[in-house]
Design a protein around this ligand. Structure first.
Ligand code: AGP
Length: 608
């Protein structure tokens, strides 16, 4: 959503703030700003990318050793200078990630008290509210607690009080926040990449704990003003892992990381060739007690859920359904005993997914989170968590996270099939070997097709509308292929069940309409060929992605074809996903777009 940073210590703060914001630009990048504290609080902010702010700062002398910074994904108020953070009042400067839902009533009341608002943001209402309360009690911790009691919504705040230069205060509710003590001083940030250059150990403070950062270190207070301890976490990412390592974009780097991310993730959950999750519910007979699995997520994670649902039903014969997190809790879903909710989230901070998790827990439904970021909110609040050790995913468009989520779901489906007595250890072991060894090798082989796929992509750069069609698992995969293309190339596309086209949407097919057809599932191959014939007879240009064995078995009409070096075994989703990710990447790159930071998007949507 937005990225916040802060530093206070023995060194000039500005360079550290700017490098921290640069590492967090993937969280939002339509405006940025910093506030620096010494004799007085100085705030500089600018619409546009971080480079616009750097341009504004050029030539100034910035020796202050305490400051906060912000890179924004606009929610309230256009991305213009005066709406950029930090928001300053006479007594303080504040940066915020989240949404203050009752900002309108707060703003009206504060304006009546004479506060002069200079922005259209929700954040400024919190700044003025805190300013007034602090003006009465001059106690930063108590003033913050008193303020947040009046706020509805989500926040991670960083605050500097003008009369306390050298100190930074922070507090969170539903939005991510980490603080750390390093050699240079104390840091705060929205996410780990901003701190990696300085420390790998950090605190993820509990909600309702106020953090105070100073040159001497960080401490935490409860709402009675008592100092409390917080758990120190460490991350095993290197700075290099969070950097591009010579790739042009993070996205292509992360696609190329898929073989080892898959291998690392699968091996992590295999013991003696069978799924072992180090989790009594998943490893024990409890798994057999579940009568239904509900997979809840957003975007790409939800698409991984579609694949997981297919595999759970296919192998464990347990009813599985996928819910869009933002719809789920408002639909007043019927939940009951025997349900298991699986939440999927790369960031673990997606507000819609977190809200669905809380709803399920309130209904007493057991929750399992599959998350990439250690210690994130979804991971902390779920009853059980399986981490996907895929390493940092920086590009806004999710790729390797999707693949490893599908891999973990495959292992859960196998384990559930065994628990239900539907799969013996021999068959399970065979599938696990395939997942652990053959699949990463097939993904690696698919990466070799990148140049071939780039050629196809160039021909699509001027397309206006595309269809992605498939059946069974391929239909689930088409939803992800279509989203990838839309979100980074800005070309409209639609994923469609191939058998459904003739019931309406085929009217949109005209001469040269590009149709990406996916064929990796043997038992629906002939039906797919019929669908391909139907669209081609109406002028479509069919780009076929097909497994080698199906290509050898059938005569299929197409205009372009990519033979996937994957075997049609039900685990083809991995290689096929990599191919569709490459297609989207190359189209966006050929269009000269900012692949890693597409317009209007952010990596983690921490507002509902
Ligand atoms: C994926 O490419 C998108 N960036 C987006 O759909 C994302 O998958 C979605 O917002 C969910 O994010 P999460 O996995 O961090 O919860």
């Amino acid at each position: 959503m937005c990225g916040i940073v802060g530093f206070t210590g023995k060194r000039a703060a500005l360079p550290l703030l700017l490098s921290g914001l640069s590492a967090l630009e993937y969280r939002g990048y339509d405006s940025a700003g910093v506030a620096l504290a010494a004799e007085r609080l100085v705030t500089v902010k600018s619409a546009g990318r971080l480079s616009c702010l750097q341009q504004k700062l050029k030539g100034g002398v910035w020796g202050q050793t305490c400051g906060i910074g912000h890179t924004r994904w606009a929610t309230h108020g256009a991305p213009v200078d005066h709406n950029a953070h930090p928001h300053a009042t006479p007594r303080l400067a504040m940066v915020h990630n989240g949404i203050i839902e009752n900002y309108a009533e707060l703003t009206a009341a504060l304006c009546e008290q004479g506060c002069v608002f200079r922005s259209e943001t929700d954040t400024e209402s919190a700044a003025w509210l805190l300013d007034g309360i602090y003006g009465e009690n001059h106690d930063p911790v108590q003033a913050i607690f008193k303020t947040i009691k009046q706020l509805r919504g989500s926040f991670a705040f960083g605050v500097i009080f003008a009369d306390r230069p050298g100190e930074i205060y922070a507090v969170r509710r539903d939005s991510p926040l980490i603080v750390a003590q390093a050699e240079e001083g104390s840091f705060l940030a929205s996410d780990v990449p901003a701190l990696l250059a300085h420390t790998k150990a950090y605190y993820r403070p509990d909600e309702g704990v106020v953090c105070r950062l100073s040159a001497q270190g960080v401490c935490f207070f409860d709402d009675e003003g008592k100092e409390v301890a917080q758990r120190l976490e460490t991350v095993d990412w290197s700075v290099e892992q969070a950097r591009k390592d010579g790739f042009e974009h993070f996205m292509i780097k992360e696609i190329y990381e898929e073989p080892q991310a898959l291998q690392r993730t699968v091996q992590h959950y295999l013991k003696k060739g069978l799924p072992r999750f180090q989790n009594p519910m998943l490893d024990g007979d409890a798994l057999a007690s579940f009568k239904r699995v509900i997979l809840v997520a957003c975007g790409t994670a939800m698409h991984a859920g579609l694949v997981g649902a297919y595999r759970i039903e296919k192998m464990a014969r347990v009813p599985a359904r996928v819910e869009i997190a933002s719809e789920f809790r408002y639909a007043d879903p019927v939940l009951g005993t025997g349900d298991l909710m699986i939440l999927l989230s790369q960031s673990g901070e997606t507000a819609d997914t977190l809200a669905a998790l809380r709803h399920a827990k309130a209904q007493g439904v057991p929750t399992l989170a599959i998350v990439n970021v250690v210690g994130s909110s979804v991971a902390r609040e779920a009853d059980h968590v399986l981490y996907t050790p895929a390493g940092p995913e920086i590009a806004v468009a999710s790729t390797k996270a999707y693949s490893v989520q599908c891999a973990v779901l495959e292992l859960i489906a196998i384990r559930m099939a065994m628990a239900k007595g539907r799969m013996d250890a021999h068959r399970a072991r065979g599938l696990c070997v395939q997942l652990a060894d053959h699949v990463p090798a097939e993904v690696l082989a698919t990466l070799e097709l990148s140049d071939r796929i780039r050629t196809l992509a160039v021909a699509l750069t001027d397309a206006q509308h595309l269809f992605y069609i498939g059946r069974d698992l391929d239909c689930a995969l088409c939803t992800e292929g279509s989203l990838k293309l839309k979100e980074i190339s800005y070309i409209h596309s639609e994923a469609y069940a191939a058998g459904e086209l003739k019931h309406g949407a085929i009217s949109l097919i005209e001469r040269d309409t590009p149709v990406v057809a996916l064929m990796t599932v043997p038992h629906v191959a002939e039906k797919m060929i019929s669908a391909i014939r139907e669209v081609r007879s109406r002028g479509a240009r069919v780009i076929l992605f097909i497994t080698r064995d199906l290509a050898e078995r059938y005569e299929i009409p197409f205009d372009d074809c990519v033979q996937l070096p994957v075997s049609s075994t039900g685990q083809t989703v991995f290689g096929a996903a990599t191919a569709l990710q490459l297609l989207a990447y190359h189209v966006a790159a050929a269009r000269g777009l900012d692949v890693d930071k597409p317009r209007n998007l952010a990596k983690s949507v921490t507002v509902e």
